[in-house]
Design a protein around this ligand. Structure first.
Ligand code: SF4
Length: 170
C-alpha cells in the first residue's frame, strides 16, 4: 500500500471547507474534466508534490487546534489507499474526515466491491460530498458545494453531526 500522496496543495487552516478549523488537501489528478472547474491545475496525475502520509499526519497533530481534515481535489478517490490511512490517523487524533468526490456515492459503492482501498476510504469518511461540478446547476447559496446536483452524505454519526452543523450555518 502506498504511504505517499500526490497533492496539488495543502492548506493548514481553513474555515470554509466544512465545520470548524480544518486542514485541507487538494489531491492531484482528476478524470472528470467538469466544465468551469475552479481547480484545473489539479487535473493531470503527474503534477503536484509528493507528501508522505506520516508527514501529513504529523503536520495535522502538530497544529493542535484542528477539528478535522477535508480531502478536496482533484479527485480524492484516485488515491484511496493513502487517504484512508491518513483518515484513520486523523480519527485517532480526534478529528473528523470530509471527502469530496466527482463520482456519485452509488458509483463509489460499486467500485468498493472490487477495490478494497475504495472501501477503506469510504469507511473512513464521515461526510461525503459527491458528484461532479455541473456549471448549469451552479449556485453560490449552497454551503460546501458548487452546484445543486452535489449531495452532502453522512456516512457515520460524526458525519451526521457535521451535516447538522453545515445546515445550521456553523
Ligand atoms: S471533480 Fe472537481 S476538480 Fe475534478 S474537474 Fe470536476 S470540479 Fe474540477
Amino acid at each position: 500500500m502506498a504511504d505517499w500522496l500526490r497533492l496539488a496543495g495543502v492548506v493548514d487552516e481553513s474555515i470554509v471547507d466544512g465545520p470548524g478549523m480544518r486542514m485541507v488537501l487538494f489531491t492531484q489528478g482528476c478524470p472528470h474534466r467538469c466544465r468551469g472547474c475552479h481547480n484545473p491545475e489539479t487535473h493531470l496525475s503527474v503534477g503536484g508534490r509528493v507528501h508522505t502520509v506520516a508527514e501529513l499526519a504529523g503536520r495535522y497533530r502538530a497544529h493542535g487546534s484542528l477539528d478535522g481534515i477535508t480531502f478536496s481535489g482533484g479527485e480524492p478517490f484516485l488515491q484511496p489507499g493513502p487517504l484512508a490511512t491518513l483518515a484513520a490517523a486523523i480519527h485517532e487524533a480526534g478529528g473528523s474526515v470530509i471527502s469530496y468526490s466527482g463520482h456519485v456515492y452509488e458509483a463509489l459503492l460499486e467500485k468498493a466491491k472490487s477495490c478494497p482501498d475504495t472501501a477503506r476510504l469510504l469507511a473512513a469518511t464521515d461526510l461525503l460530498i459527491d458528484g461532479p461540478y455541473v456549471e448549469s446547476l451552479r449556485s453560490l447559496e449552497l454551503p460546501c458545494r458548487g452546484s445543486s446536483n452535489q449531495r452532502l452524505i453522512p456516512l457515520t454519526p460524526v458525519g451526521r453531526e457535521l451535516l447538522n452543523q453545515i445546515e445550521d450555518g456553523l
